[in-house]
Design a protein around this ligand. Structure first.
Ligand SMILES: Nc1ncnc2c1ncn2[C@@H]1O[C@H](COP(=O)(O)OP(=O)(O)O)[C@@H](O)[C@H]1O
Ligand SMILES: [Mg+2]
Length: 410
């Protein structure tokens, strides 16, 4: 299991450990979240996010007689695929699709192109190739506009370029700076019209373009109030409004593996595609708690089984990521990102969310009575992150354009 520091790794380790697999955890961190689980039988500390570091991981995995390597983030997918042949030659199945399948999802310009080809609504989008073209693009889509890096994890052949995230630009005079810092080598950021509505996602596991399992949730709180992963969410019935366009897009991409298709929906027009996250998502534990054991299903597909499409799950299951709520509160204290046009919670609302009562039956994501140590590990690692961040902020000013994004590991 790669990316052991993520919530989805913990969900996978618990799921697969309970299913009887021997699970080993790798991460760049010394004490990654998933390694605190009783189901983690050993671990490897990656010396970096490089092809060389992954070659060392592979040598270790071979000695451990590993059968499957499961990357859980885009970066780990890119790095496994960089030497996919070597993994396979070592007898290890790589748990993500090949580059040819992943890149149209990782490159947001290509994703919207593919989406519009199969009749999925997309935001007004321009892919400029110069600053002058970006100015024209912004005028064409209108202000406020969204400046979005073309890749969340741009790989330049030897390393990853920083992701400054989406910027909201309200005025022409703020455009140039937002565009220039989001340029990734030859790739200029996308310019999109601001789409009103609520963020909604559908989750799927695919077997060569065919969906084997679906899941949907409703976000009740995002970690970053301007849009991000969620800290409180509830399982809901899968709406055909989201399922149908997602199914068309996943079939067009011939997707193999897990994916989260992200939309913005104002309830009026058709839901508008934001992006495809071609990997397991942060709130994976909610799907498992509601009855869709995605990691176990994916492993069976990877081992060559034909898995019958699953149907149904429990609706109304609510899962809270407590540490995510703490981070949300810090974002609220920091205030909205510059130019953000939506409504932003007040500090008082933030306090009430954090300490007030939660929806009836809310479960905690990381806490598990039968596997208690990850809950301890999360707070220790989280507090260490906060301290490191404070020290770093004390030493140097933050990157231009990075305000509104915490440099926390998760
Ligand atoms: N065109 C848009 N209109 C309104 N909000 C947007 C738009 N594009 C992105 N966002 C907001 O920014 C968030 C991040 O954008 P996204 O494309 O999902 O990139 P990533 O999650 O990789 O940073 C989205 O979840 C959404 O809340
Ligand atoms: Mg997103």
């Amino acid at each position: 299991m790669l990316d052991g520091q993520t919530n989805q790794a913990l969900a996978c380790v618990r799921s697969l450990g309970r299913a009887g697999y021997r699970v080993l955890v790798a991460s760049q961190r010394r004490w990654p979240l998933a390694a605190w689980s009783r189901y983690s039988r050993g671990g490897f500390r990656l010396p970096g996010q490089t092809v060389a570091a992954f070659a060392r991981l592979r040598a270790w995995a071979e000695r451990q007689r590993v059968d499957v390597v499961l990357p859980l983030t885009e970066r780990a997918c890119v790095l496994c695929n960089a030497e996919r042949g070597a993994w396979e030659a070592a007898g290890i199945t790589v748990g993500c699709g090949p580059d040819g399948m992943l890149l149209p999802a990782f490159d947001k310009a290509r994703t919207v192109e593919r989406a519009s080809r199969c009749d999925v609504a997309i935001p007004p989008t321009r892919a400029p190739d110069s600053l002058a073209a970006a100015r024209l693009a912004a005028e064409a889509v209108g202000f406020p506009c969204v400046v979005k890096p073309r890749f969340s994890n741009a790989w330049d052949g030897s390393g990853f370029l920083p992701d400054l995230g989406t910027a909201y630009v309200a005025r022409q005079e703020d455009l140039d700076a937002a565009v220039q810092v989001r340029r990734q080598g030859a790739h200029w950021p996308l310019i999109q019209g601001f789409v009103p509505g609520q963020g909604k996602g559908v989750f799927a596991l695919c077997d060569r373009g065919q969906v084997t399992a679906w899941f949907a949730h409703e976000r009740l709180r995002d970690v970053r109030p301007s849009g991000s992963g969620s800290s409180l969410r509830r399982s809901v019935a899968l709406s055909a409004r989201l399922r149908d366009p997602a199914a068309r897009l996943l079939a067009d991409l011939e997707w193999h593996g897990p994916a989260m298709v992200e939309f913005r929906d104002d309830g009026a027009g058709p839901p508008c595609l934001m992006e495809v996250n071609g990997r397991f998502w942060g709130s994976l534990q909610l799907a498992i708690d509601a009855g869709v054991d995605f990691p176990a299903l994916w492993l069976r597909i990877l081992c060559g089984e034909t898995v019958a499409p699953t149907s149904g799950y429990r609706e109304g299951v609510t899962v809270r990521w407590l540490w995510g709520d703490v981070k949300r509160f810090l974002h609220i204290l920091e205030g909205p990102p510059p130019g953000y046009p939506g409504r932003y919670p007040t500090r008082w609302e933030g306090l009430r969310e954090l300490f007030g009562s939660q929806p009836a039956g809310t479960r905690l994501e990381v806490w598990d009575r039968t596997d208690p140590w990850p809950a301890v590990g999360e707070w220790m690692e989280g507090l260490r992150d906060l301290l490191t961040r404070r020290q770093a902020n004390g030493r140097a000013s933050t990157l231009p354009g990075s305000s509104g994004r915490f440099s926390l590991a998760r």
